[in-house]
Ligand binder design. Structure first.
Ligand code: BES
Ligand code: MN
Ligand code: MN
Length: 460
């Protein structure tokens, strides 16, 4: 029944996703504002066509939130589906084999049956659109077993700044029993998994100023602090010889897992040789005493995301620059608090600045870490749904990425989330040549109606 409907509508499901992927909804770049808004309207149209009611494009101080619902009986449970229609910037464009906003299908080693190459194909347009199509399927086949609400935002990739206030101001409208999200990865097509936690985030930009102007590096060099040299040294000092982060107090609130929890986490299939081969690195790196799964799942990190200053054009220019900059992200784990970590960073970074330079630390958006329950009705329903369509019980895993709004759903709406993602870590999210497996797309559309079915049944 479910499979038949998907088979009969396969091409249309794909063409519609292609249309969605063709709109460059880059939320970080103001030049694309019109396109981002256009994408919101596209999602609205498609929700309406699929059979949702009260569909609206809700204006915010930033990009709009698309809302829609289908209430079949107020006494039945309600699933709130969250996703995002914005995407990361596509630069550097020259590293894409085909243009980021002209979706094409190619096969890869991991996706022998083909993958859709386009920015947002996996994160999150492809995964979000599976929910719209699964909803259409349930409406058209008269099998929607409970209520559903959609909340699709356009600012996830820039910190979801306006979604928090939207939730706080619309608590009644958003009343539900659980949030269902497909915006994470699973281990592999033959090894389904469900994320049971996400890391939080502190993000800062730092500026180091030396002399009041760029100087001749011969005339002044050696006697005046070079902000790039200083910044590089300051950043390097943030990890010690065991790759521990040196900011005082950074680990104070980190929730240490019990040995049993760590053992369980490491039961998830993970092949370090494949991992290294995929990234073409000859060794992994990181905090001594932890496995790769622990390093990305339950341990906090600090990474420089970008660094610039001085002369980077062609040829040589002998200059001692006035300023140097860097963007730094810290991934957080329970029970670290993002504002507190940002504060610790700022105090420490300013304190290690040597005489001769001035340092300014500018905080960006942040987000709190979350863990989601594995004994809730919704988790068990998701696990059973995946077991039905993949033929294997999904493995609970910890995701290393962040979806800051998930902690807010819990705090402000009192709602737990289920992170039923269908992407793969190797799908190049945020990178050139992002892709999403055709099989993953259709499997997702097939699995979601089972989630609704089991969730409604098990809620009784
Ligand atoms: N969908 C990702 C998060 C993700 C990806 C979680 C894979 C787990 C596995 C999301 O769109 C994202 O990229 N989040 C940002 C945070 C945001 C504040 C920019 C991130 O993790 O960098
Ligand atoms: Mn995402
Ligand atoms: Mn993302």
């Amino acid at each position: 029944m479910i499979k038949e409907y998907i088979d009969q509508n396969k091409d249309r499901f794909l063409n519609e996703l292609f249309d969605l992927l063709r709109i460059p909804s880059i939320s970080a770049d103001k030049d694309y504002a019109e396109q981002v808004n256009k994408t919101a309207n596209f999602v609205k149209e498609k929700l309406m066509e699929a059979g949702a009611e009260k569909v609206e494009v809700c204006a915010t101080a930033g990009y709009p939130i698309v809302y829609g619902e289908k209430i079949i009986d107020p006494k039945l449970p309600t699933v709130l589906v969250y996703g995002h229609y914005d995407v990361q910037p596509a630069v550097p464009l020259e590293l894409w084999d085909t243009p980021p906003f002209e979706p094409t299908i190619r096969t890869t080693e991991v996706h022998p049956k083909g993958a859709i190459f386009a920015r947002g194909s996996c994160d999150d347009k492809g995964q979000m659109y599976m929910h719209v199509k699964a909803f259409e399927l349930m409406i058209k086949s008269n099998t929607l077993p409970c209520n559903v609400k959609f909340m699709i935002e356009g600012e996830e990739e820039v910190g979801s700044t306006n979604l928090g206030p939207f939730c706080i101001n619309n608590k009644e409208k958003l009343k539900a029993d659980v949030v269902l999200i497909s915006d994470t990865s699973m281990i592999a097509l033959d090894t389904p998994s469900i994320d049971t936690g996400l890391r939080g985030l502190s993000y800062v930009e730092v500026e180091v100023t030396g002399p009041n102007r760029d100087l001749h590096s011969g005339v002044y060099g050696g006697a005046v602090a070079n902000p790039i040299n200083i910044l590089a040294k300051m950043i390097a000092s943030l990890h010690d010889e065991n790759n521990h982060i040196t900011i005082p107090g950074f680990y104070d609130e980190v929730l240490e897992l019990t040995n049993q929890e760590r053992t369980e986490l490491n039961l998830a299939p993970f092949n370090i040789e494949d991992f290294k081969k995929d990234l073409n690195i000859d060794d992994v790196w990181g905090e001594n005493g932890f496995t790769v799964l622990e390093k990305t799942g339950i341990r906090p990190t600090l990474d420089c995301n970008g660094i610039w200053g001085g002369y980077t054009g062609e040829g040589a220019k002998t200059v001692l620059p006035s300023k140097a900059f860097a963007k730094i992200s810290m991934r957080l784990v329970p029970n670290q608090a993002s504002h507190k970590i940002t504060e610790l960073f700022k105090n420490h970074f300013e304190s290690i600045a040597p005489a001769g330079v001035k340092v300014v630390v500018k905080p960006h958006h942040g987000g709190e870490p979350v863990v989601t329950p594995t004994d809730s009705v919704a988790y068990l329903a998701a696990a059973k749904a995946m077991e039905t369509t993949f033929g294997k019980k999904p493995i609970p895993t910890r995701g290393g990425g962040s979806i800051p709004i998930v902690a807010l759903f819990e705090r402000e709406l009192g709602l737990k989330s289920v992170l039923m993602g269908f992407g793969l870590d190797s799908d190049a999210l945020h990178s050139p040549n992002e892709h999403y497996g055709l099989e993953n797309y259709y499997k997702g559309i097939e699995t979601i109606p089972y989630f609704f079915k089991y969730f409604a049944e098990m809620s009784k």
